[in-house]
Design a protein around this ligand. Structure first.
Ligand code: HPA
Ligand code: ZN
Length: 328
C-alpha cells in the first residue's frame, strides 16, 4: 500500500533544500565550482548534524547564482513534488540567497520562480506559493532587509513571511522588528521553533512574534499547558516527521509526537522540509504515518484539509485546491 497518488498539501519546504543533489552537482560543473566535499561517494548530501547540515546547505546554495538558476530549480522541484501527489506546496525562499537582500535582484529572482511555478502548474498540476524568509543565524539586523523585501513583494506569489536557519541563534524577541514589519503589512507569519529548542522557544515565538503557524513545534509536547494553549488558539504546526527522525531531533517514528499532538487537538500538518537531504518524499511521509500510527484515508484527508485551511494563499486558490482534494 502506498499513498503516492493521493493528493497532498505541503506547507513546509525550503526551495533550495528540495534541490536534488544531481541538480546541484550539474550547476557546480557548469560554473566550475568545486563543492565535491558536500557529497557522499553515492552522490547524496554529506553532513554530520544539523549545524553541519546548514553549512552544506549554504555551500549548495553557492551554485544558485542567477534568476535563471532559480527558474530551473523551481521547475525541477515542482516536477518531483507533483510526482508524489503534491497539488499545493508552500516553500521558503530567502532574499539572502536570492541577491543578498538587494531589492531589485530579489524581484528578478521572484519573477523567474513565478514563471517556473506557472509553467509547472500547467504541466504538472501543482500550485506553488512562496514564503519570504529571514535566516536566524544571520542575525536580527539581516532580518530587517529580508522583511522589507517580503513586504515590498507581498502579493500573488509571496504570500507570507517566516524565519528559518539555526533555531538556537538568539531569542525570538530579537527578531520582533522584522516580524512586526511583515505583520503590519498584513502578511501571515510562520517561524521555525521547537525543533531544537524546548517548549519555551515555542511559547516565546508565539508571544513575541505572534505567528499563526510554527515550523516543527514538536518539542511543545514536553509542556502539557503549552499543548493545550496551541490547541485552544488554533495555531497550526508544520510537522516534518521524516526530517525529525533523520536528524534525530526526536526519537524514531514510533516515538514521534505527531500522534500525541493530534490527539490533544493540535492542528497538525505533514511536510518534508528538505526531502533529498533527509531521504524522504511526501509519499514516504504518508506511508510511514500509515505504517506507524495506522493512519488511513480519512486521517490523511483531515491533515490535507487542516493544511489547506492554514495555507497562506488567497481564497480563490484555496477553493481551487479544495476542489482537487474533493474530486480525488
Ligand atoms: N531548518 C531550518 N533552516 C533551514 C532548513 C531546515 O530544515 N533548511 C534550510 N534552512
Ligand atoms: Zn524547515
Amino acid at each position: 500500500m502506498t499513498y503516492k497518488s493521493m493528493p497532498k498539501v505541503e506547507l513546509h519546504t525550503h526551495l533550495e533544500g528540495c534541490a536534488p543533489p544531481a541538480f546541484i552537482r550539474g550547476l557546480a560543473q557548469e560554473k566550475l565550482l568545486d563543492i565535491s566535499g558536500i557529497f557522499n561517494s553515492d552522490g547524496s548530501y554529506a553532513y554530520r548534524d544539523f549545524d553541519h547540515f546548514l553549512q552544506v546547505y549554504e555551500a549548495a546554495c553557492t551554485t544558485l547564482q542567477s534568476p535563471q538558476d532559480f527558474y530551473r530549480l523551481t521547475k525541477a522541484v515542482l516536477e518531483q513534488s507533483a510526482a508524489h501527489g503534491v497539488v499545493y506546496q508552500e516553500t521558503f525562499v530567502s532574499p539572502d540567497f536570492c541577491g543578498g537582500g538587494d531589492m531589485a535582484a530579489w524581484r528578478d529572482y521572484l519573477a523567474a520562480m513565478e514563471t517556473a511555478a506557472h509553467e509547472a502548474e500547467a504541466e504538472f498540476g501543482i500550485t506553488l506559493k512562496g514564503i519570504a524568509t529571514c535566516i536566524r543565524h544571520f542575525g536580527p539586523d539581516a532580518a530587517k532587509p529580508s522583511a522589507l523585501c517580503a513586504v515590498e513583494t507581498f502579493g500573488d506569489f509571496i504570500t507570507g513571511f517566516g524565519m528559518a536557519g539555526g533555531e538556537m541563534a538568539g531569542r525570538p524577541g530579537d527578531f520582533a522588528y522584522a516580524f512586526d514589519m511583515a505583520r503590519e503589512a498584513g502578511m501571515p507569519l510562520t517561524c521555525h521553533a521547537g525543533e531544537w529548542g524546548g517548549p519555551d522557544m515555542v511559547a516565546d515565538t508565539l508571544r513575541d512574534l505572534k505567528v499563526e503557524r510554527i515550523g516543527h513545534g514538536v518539542n511543545a509536547i514536553k509542556d502539557v499547558n503549552l499543548v493545550a494553549e496551541i490547541a485552544d488558539t488554533g495555531v497550526t504546526l508544520e510537522v516534518c516527521p521524516g526530517s525529525n527522525v533523520f536528524l534525530q531531533a526526536t526519537g524514531g517514528w514510533a516515538d514521534h509526537p505527531i500522534q500525541k499532538l493530534r490527539d490533544a487537538g493540535v492542528k497538525v500538518t505533514v511536510s518534508t522540509d528538505d526531502p533529498p537531504f533527509f531521504a524522504t518524499t511526501m509519499t514516504d511521509e504518508f506511508d510511514m504515518l500509515a505504517q506507524t500510527f495506522g493512519w488511513e484515508d480519512a486521517d490523511f484527508k483531515e491533515v490535507n484539509e487542516t493544511a489547506l485551511a492554514a495555507a497562506f494563499c488567497d481564497d480563490a486558490t484555496r477553493a481551487k485546491i479544495a476542489k482537487r482534494l474533493e474530486t480525488a
